[in-house]
Design a protein around this ligand. Structure first.
Ligand code: PEP
Ligand code: MN
Length: 346
C-alpha cells in the first residue's frame, strides 16, 4: 500500500502516518518527492485495510499496489530509477552502459589485455567472474580471491568499473569490498538468503534472470533486495531455457519492454549467454539497444579459442569494437547515448 500525502503536508502528519502503519504491525517507508511525500507500507502479504490511514490529516489518497512485488513496481514509483555506479557513471537514465570482458578472470595478462581492449573500444565497465558457477564440478571454477585482486589491478590501470559475481554468502564479503557492482547469477536468482545479504551489501546489484524464471519471479527476487533497503538493483535478461537447441538459451528481447512497463528498475541485456554463439551476439546487442535496454553485458576475450569458460560466445576484440560502433547510432536514434568510460567522462 502507498500513502500519498498532500502537497506541503506537515512533518507531523507524515510522522502520524508512519506511527499508524507501525501500530498496525507493518513497516513504513517514507519517500520524500519533488511534489509530495509518499509513505510506503511494507510487510503485508495481502490487502491491508487502509481506511484508518486514509482518515489521517494530510493524507491525499491511499493506493493499493496490485502486483505481488511492491517496491520494484511502477505503481510504487513512476519515474525510472537511476542507479549510481561510481565515478559519475549511472545506469537507468539516457545513457546505455556497456559492461564487457571475459566470462572468467584467468590470469593477469588475460584480464589486463581484455580490460585494455574493451576500454579502447569504449566500454565503461569491466565484467569477469572470479567465482564461477559451472555446470560441472570438473570445469574451471575461477581464481577466487586472486581473481578479485587481478580485477582491482585492471581497474587501477584502465579506470573501468568492475562487475563480478558473488556465488554465496562467503564470497559476497570480498566481492562487495572490491566490486563496483555485485552480480547475482542466473543460478542464484532464487537464492533468497543470498538476495537478502545482497540487499545489505551496500553496492549496486546486477540481478540476472534465472534459467527458467518468469519475469514476475525475477521482479520478486529483486523485491528481496529492495526490501532489505538496497534500492540499487539492475535487472539482466540473459535468456531462458527453451526447447530449441539452435541457441544456448532463448534470448527474450521482449522482457526489456515488459520490465520497463512493470518496474522502474533499469534492465540490461546479455546477448552472450542469451545466444551462446559469438556470431549472434552483435545482431542481438544491436536489437537490445533498439529495444531500450539500459545497458549491455557482453563477453569479450583476447583469445576466445583458448578461453577457460564460454569461449564460443565470447567476441574477439575486433568484433566488440564493431558492436560498439554499430550500437552508437542505434542509441542516438532513440534519444540515448552509449556511456563513455570514466577517463573520457571526466
Ligand atoms: C556469467 O555472466 O558469466 C554467468 C555465469 O552468467 P549466468 O549467471 O547468466 O549464467
Ligand atoms: Mn559466462
Amino acid at each position: 500500500m502507498l500513502v500519498v500525502m498532500r502537497h506541503g503536508a506537515a512533518e507531523n502528519d507524515i510522522a502520524r502516518v508512519v506511527e499508524a502503519i507501525e501500530d498496525m504491525g507493518y513497516e513504513a517507508r517514507p519517500m520524500p518527492g519533488h511534489q509530495r511525500t509518499t509513505v510506503g507500507l511494507v510487510g503485508n502479504d495481502g490487502r491491508v485495510d487502509g481506511s484508518r490511514i486514509a482518515a489521517l490529516a494530510g493524507v491525499q489518497e491511499v493506493i493499493h499496489v496490485s502486483k505481488p512485488y511492491k517496491q520494484v513496481s511502477r505503481e510504487w514509483k513512476a519515474e525510472g530509477t537511476i542507479v549510481p555506479l561510481g565515478g559519475g557513471l549511472t545506469i537507468g537514465g539516457d545513457e546505455v552502459v556497456v559492461m564487457a570482458g571475459p566470462c572468467s578472470v584467468e590470469s593477469e595478462p588475460q584480464i589486463l589485455a581484455a580490460a585494455r581492449a574493451v576500454r579502447e573500444s569504449g566500454a565503461a565497465v569491466l565484467r569477469a567472474g572470479a567465482f564461477k558457477p559451472r555446470s560441472s564440478p570438473y570445469s574451471f571454477q575461477g581464481l577466487g580471491l586472486r581473481g578479485l585482486e587481478l580485477l582491482a589491478r585492471a581497474r587501477e590501470e584502465t579506470g573501468l568499473l568492475i562487475v563480478t559475481e558473488a556465488m554465496d554468502a562467503e564470497g559476497l564479503v570480498p566481492v562487495a569490498e572490491l566490486a563496483d557492482i555485485i552480480q547475482i547469477g542466473a543460478r542464484n536468482m532464487q537464492n533468497y538468503s543470498l538476495l537478502r545479504r545482497a540487499g545489505r551489501a551496500g553496492k549496486p546489484i546486477l540481478l540476472k534472470r534465472g534459467l527458467s524464471a518468469t519475469i514476475q519471479e525475477l521482479l520478486l527476487s529483486a523485491e528481496y533486495i529492495l526490501a532489505e533497503g538496497n534500492p540499487h538493483v539492475i535487472l539482466c535478461e540473459r535468456g531462458v531455457r527453451g526447447f530449441d537447441t539452435a541457441t544456448r538459451n532463448l534470448f527474450d528481447l521482449s522482457a526489456i519492454t515488459v520490465v520497463h512497463g512493470l518496474s522502474h528498475l533499469p534492465i540490461v541485456a546479455d546477448p552472450s549467454h542469451g545466444t551462446g554463439h559469438r556470431d549472434m551476439v552483435i545482431p542481438m546487442a544491436r536489437a537490445a539497444v533498439a529495444a531500450g535496454a539500459d545497458g549491455l553485458l557482453v563477453e569479450v576475450h583476447p583469445t576466445p579459442d583458448r578461453a577457460l569458460s564460454d569461449g564460443a560466445q565470447s567476441l574477439y576484440p575486433e568484433q566488440f569494437d564493431q558492436m560498439m560502433k554499430e550500437s552508437r547510432p542505434i542509441a542516438d536514434a532513440i534519444g540515448r547515448k552509449i556511456a563513455e568510460p570514466a577517463g573520457v567522462r571526466a
